[in-house]
Design a protein around this ligand. Sequence first.
Ligand SMILES: Cc1cc2nc3c(=O)[nH]c(=O)nc-3n(C[C@H](O)[C@H](O)[C@H](O)COP(=O)(O)OP(=O)(O)OC[C@H]3O[C@@H](n4cnc5c(N)ncnc54)[C@H](O)[C@@H]3O)c2cc1C
Length: 691
Amino acid sequence: MARVHILGGGPSALAAAYDLVKGSDFDVTIHTAGWRLGGKCASGMGFLERNEEHGLHLPLGFYENFFNQIRSAYDDVSADLRIKSWDKAFTKRNTVVVEQKVQDQWFEWPFTFPDRSGADHLPGDLAGEYIAGNPSAPSNLERMANRILERALQYGTSLAVSEVEGLADIGKSLVAAVRTAAGGLSPDDKMTHLKTAHQGIREGLEIVSAAGAFAALKAHVYFELGVAGADALLNLHRNNRPLSSIDNLDFIEWLDQHAVGGRLSDETRNSAPIKMAYELVFAYQNGDTARPRLAAGVGARGILRLLFGYDGAFAYDVTAGMGECAITPYFLALQKSGRVTFRFFSRLTELEVSNGRVASFKLRRQATPKGPQYSPLDGQPKTQWPATPLYDQLEEGNVLAAGQELANGGFDLESSYSAWEGVGDDVVQVPEGDFVVLAIPSPELTGVQVGFGPNQALWEQMLKKVTGVATLSAQLWLNCSLKDLGWPPTGIDVPDPALIGAFIDPLGNIADMSRLIPQEGWQDPARKGAKNLPLGLLFLCGVFQDDAPPPPAGRPQPDYVADAQAKARQILADWVANAAPAIMPNIGGDVLFVPSEVAGGNVPAINLQYAGANVGPAHRYITSFPGTITARIPPDCRQRVGVSNLLQAGDWTDNGFNAGCLEAAVTSGRMAARAVIGGEYPIYGENDARW
Ligand SMILES: Cc1cc2nc3c(=O)[nH]c(=O)nc-3n(C[C@H](O)[C@H](O)[C@H](O)COP(=O)(O)OP(=O)(O)OC[C@H]3O[C@@H](n4cnc5c(N)ncnc54)[C@H](O)[C@@H]3O)c2cc1C
């Protein structure tokens, strides 16, 4: 049987393999660098069997393709899993609290989203309907513009009327404006009316918010974003232009064009909701939080799907590691199919294209399994991934373990910056009838030799524009709960557990992940005298600033990596000591958990926590900067690059969503698989008219 060679082992690769196994007779081989699957969604059990993540990961409620596949994979292998069903692995989160600074004081701004569990769909059902050729009615921009307007005005007016003394008159004007606008006016008249009303009340709101009334500031932001956002969407609708037509503009720049007076007020442009739009997708040039940049169409699409496109809950989080909850079911289901071969420790270095097809590819062999093949889950228990290779299974195990690049020791075989150069090269021939799916992120591909002949310029352009930003991820195990740290402040009612957009740069995203503690190894009876357990667990994540252009991919850069890791730890220490107390007054070195195994040593508690600088080319978060989206190439790239047996998959492709996320990766994998299969079925989210 013909074979599909998938290069890379992240979510896009797994999604492609899953659809190929379910929908075709192809055999599949997954060749991936390193010792595990998951890519940027990977996690592993590290020091004392604690779970260490590549970064805080939240599958969102609109991830139709991801949930569709993962639910099916749970059904396939439920009996073999420690967490038997998808709804036990992913827990609902409907509250996000963003922190906003007003005149040196931090305020909590909670957003609670309605639970849609009772609705007709579970997350993933819509994607299934699409593939079955029975899509529900498509959404449209006008409907969403109206909903944005309604909600924003509703929140804005209720805040203005009920919470702010002295704003009753302004509140009444707002209510009147909403009523009039709702009264069957044409879209143009509605916007003119609202803008005039807004102009009149803006000054009043500014005066009150300048005096520090947080509710007034919120009302102002809701109203201004509602009016500008709705006008911007209605404008696209009227002119029959797709969201992608604004991808050359920055998101704020686009809203400016529709704000009263041609520019959003400073209060709104610096507000927490705007910050959230950039922070969620690490949309900062060179990781510099002073330089936000986000393609307007990508930003608008993301927000619309986030707000209006979810089923079940607004967001989900994992009850154990991402690796166990989101990757293991794929792995076991693919393995069980008997049609998928996994080749770990295989780093792509060259793709040879000749006569318009991929004829062969070259892999750097990073390690030699002692047995016929490497078994990545042979640790304990078998559904969790290890944070380092299982050295016992490798001929070079002792030498590999001696490296110092990973937090738990060892060489970082997932990064082409590693000083470990491997043990040899393998050239894999691609017979006629076979396909190759390139599922390796674009920053890493800059270090892979590829010759596309006449289409090389197009490829180079894509690599130049579709870049990645370095990130910092950290985990703090605590002797206390988040409440004991003083968050949220007394008097603020936040349903538990909340996601926090703290926005104290550079660690802008925080989540209370204490519920993972029982899934970690702390209670292992083998831990002698270890009656001490952590009581809280905070995940933190943000951009990591590049002070200079990153070194080229595909070559060892040990000093660069070591410096970045040291800097990451210092940033975390500074954040805990100096920045975090502004919102968590009781945080400090003494609340950090020190396991009894290492207590009394001379390592500071902060250095016993997890901190990772994701600076390697394959580790970088894929960006969606203005002016770069048209350089992306679709998963079915055969015509564009002129190679008859090549597809590509990943969040860096032109996949209809075009932002760095799990759903984009899975969607692209499905699109690549469809091209191999030769199917014509639609895929949910691949174009805006169909979600
Ligand atoms: C800090 C951080 C936080 C994030 N948070 C979220 C979130 O909350 N929600 C969300 O939806 N998304 C989040 N993401 C994005 C998400 O992780 C990615 O969108 C997703 O992992 C992309 O999948 P992929 O398959 O395209 O690529 P990857 O996950 O990068 O997988 C690429 C694969 O290729 C392999 N590889 C690399 N180089 C080579 C080579 N030369 N040869 C062979 N194999 C190679 C890698 O080992 C890996 O297996 C986050 C990302 C980061 C960095």
